[in-house]
Design a protein around this ligand. Structure first.
Ligand SMILES: [Zn+2]
Ligand SMILES: [Zn+2]
Ligand SMILES: [Zn+2]
Length: 93
């Protein structure tokens, strides 16, 4: 099976949450640093990406099973949704 033909039910819901939070909620507690931020689409928690030291979004998926995050970036055209469960990315407009 080709990579591009993989299907993810989690990314096909249509509507995605947004947030005004601009910090990793776990990093602030421990004084950690983050590179990019991810927004959990299940519970609305803002956490840091896998390029960050603490990888809180990845840990959040492992502990809660919440599969989908979206990117929080200054440039709106570089937005995407990512499913940890299926390891699939979908661009957002
Ligand atoms: Zn999925
Ligand atoms: Zn973090
Ligand atoms: Zn969550």
């Amino acid at each position: 099976m080709e990579e591009a033909e993989k299907y993810c039910e989690h990314l096909n819901g249509g509507k995605f949450k947004t947030t005004k939070i601009k910090v990793c909620e776990e990093c602030v507690k421990i004084g950690g640093k983050w590179i990019h931020l991810r927004l959990c689409q299940t519970c609305g928690t803002v956490l840091c990406c896998n390029s960050s030291q603490n990888q809180h979004a990845q840990k959040h998926f492992e502990t809660t099973g919440h599969p989908v995050v979206t990117s929080i970036l200054p440039k709106p055209w570089s937005k995407f949704a990512w499913c940890y469960k299926d390891k699939l990315k979908r661009p957002l407009n």
